[in-house]
Design a protein around this ligand. Sequence first.
Ligand code: HEC
Ligand code: HEC
Length: 305
Amino acid sequence: MNSVRAFTVIALAACAGSGACTVERAQAPAAAGSGAVAFDAAAWKPPAEADIPADSLGAAIRRGLALVRFTPESLPKYVRSNMRCVSCHENDGTKVTAAPLIGSHARFPKYLSRSGTVVTLADRVNFCMTRSLAGRALPVDSREMDDILAYLAFISRDVPVGRHLSAVDGLLPMKDTLVGDTLRGHALFTNTCAVCHQADGSGHSPIPALWGAGSFTIAASMARQERAASFIFHNMPQTAPGSLTEQNAFDLAAYINSHPRPDAPLKENDWPHGGAPRDVPYATRGHAAFNPPARLITRAPGTER
Ligand code: HEC
Ligand code: HEC
């Protein structure tokens, strides 16, 4: 497949300004959709770590990979929580059921209804820095941000700009008719999850925290019941994913998200044009908080943005 794709690219490059263009294109494999360059989204696979080039760009990609794997250890000034990028974006961001980052380089800039604006990939990374990791935003002109973006571009290799990969759009949607029950969730958690995540949800690095000061903030996608249920249903318990029912996953998500977690300043400004999903646990324009935890944890000054 790689050699076929390479042929297509060479053929198109060779046809610039020459009459041979249409002939060359006709020999290329059938184009997917309306795009001129063939791209088979279903067959595409991200490159492996071993494919990282041995040059300066490769060094940046490797640094970016280290940052997503060891986020608090590498960025102590920015992240203090007991979470890394790969706590949620499993398999270095390549696992399709765990909010995959593959192809993300081709999906941004993008309009996000949550912020009501078009955001770049660097902005999107920073939303996870401040909301999911309860940390501070990385300066967009820092080497660390460049390195993370280099890694994201690497695992998006060959995906045409603007294209969506099959089934790659955040966490996979769950049935919106299910409602979690915290009592059932508590029992399940004690039996199935506490062995790793601890009875008090604080985890034990590299096992991430599910609630409390070391966990994700109230404004993270994971703090929404349906989003957390999707992650749990498809990926947990880590040693036996697929062993829970969808209802189990909602019950666990309800239990986990009923606990205190770090606050996120200005969260009420999310979805400025309305239309917040049903399970957002804080009030926004035209939306009442869904099952908010009884208490939120104030973040230390300077770490909240
Ligand atoms: C607490 C879990 C969690 C952590 C930790 C986390 N993220 Fe995310 N991230 C998500 C979820 C969930 C989504 C998808 C949102 C959705 O499905 O609603 C997402 C989305 C993204 C996206 C957008 C993907 C796309 O194509 O739309 C990027 C980029 C991203 N995260 C990067 C990062 C990076 C880099 C880090 C570490 C600095 C990180 N995330 C840490 C949960 C997390
Ligand atoms: C064998 C240990 C283990 C068990 C058991 C386990 N987890 Fe996890 N969990 C992990 C690890 C490790 C991660 C980080 C991602 C990874 O490395 O796969 C994680 C990540 C998570 C995350 C996303 C990151 C975060 O902190 O929010 C959630 C949510 C989660 N687990 C919930 C659960 C639930 C619910 C159960 C019980 C059904 C469970 N886990 C059972 C080890 C475990």
